[in-house]
Design a protein around this ligand. Sequence first.
Ligand code: DX5
Ligand code: ZN
Length: 221
Amino acid sequence: MRLPKAGTIEIAPSILSADFARLADEIAVVESAGVNMVHLDVMDGHFVPNITIGPVVVEKLRKCSSSVFDCHLMISEPAEYAERFVEAGADHITFHIEAAKGPEKLIDKLHELGCTAGICLNPATEVKTIEQVGPLCDMVLVMTVHPGFGAQAFMPEAAEKVVRVREIVGPDVRVEVDGGINSETVPIVVGYGADTLVAGNAIFAKTDRIAAINAIRDSCR
Ligand code: DX5
Ligand code: ZN
């Protein structure tokens, strides 16, 4: 699957808050609600103080899902590992500007590998750091919490950066938000120009995941 062209609102459930013993089933449920993008949070215990999944898990999930796999690499050496995630089945790879040594080179490499590329900014990182590379990407991810954990409170001042990011990248690059996204915060970020909405806790902490996705969808209108 390819990252959908900019111009539509997409919900990307983050499986970080899903039941890790039943990941394939959890993905199947959100797909039954019409979702076709899944956000996979990769953490290395170094760039962020938490450890999650690696390429072996992505590879197994790939066999169970035809959704776009939106892999968010919260790792210190994205250039070392990006290709392994593409081989495992990632469709889109986002890496952090704070960790990237040669972001342009990695964006080119991802494109050569047939993968779309994204750059991510932490709440404390200024938008000017991605002025050059943002327009080279297919999607820019604005963190609306400090990365590392699900279920944190939305940071309104971090979300405001979406406005400037959208000005920099124009209408053809997706702008994604991640952290504390729910039906209350969606109207704010969509108003700022975000079109790709990552939600973990707002979906997987609910018994009825489908109703949770529909509530987020309704809040976009
Ligand atoms: C946090 C991750 C997020 C996380 C979002 O570091 O990048 O994708 O799952 O979780 P919620 O939606 O619960 O804030
Ligand atoms: Zn994420």
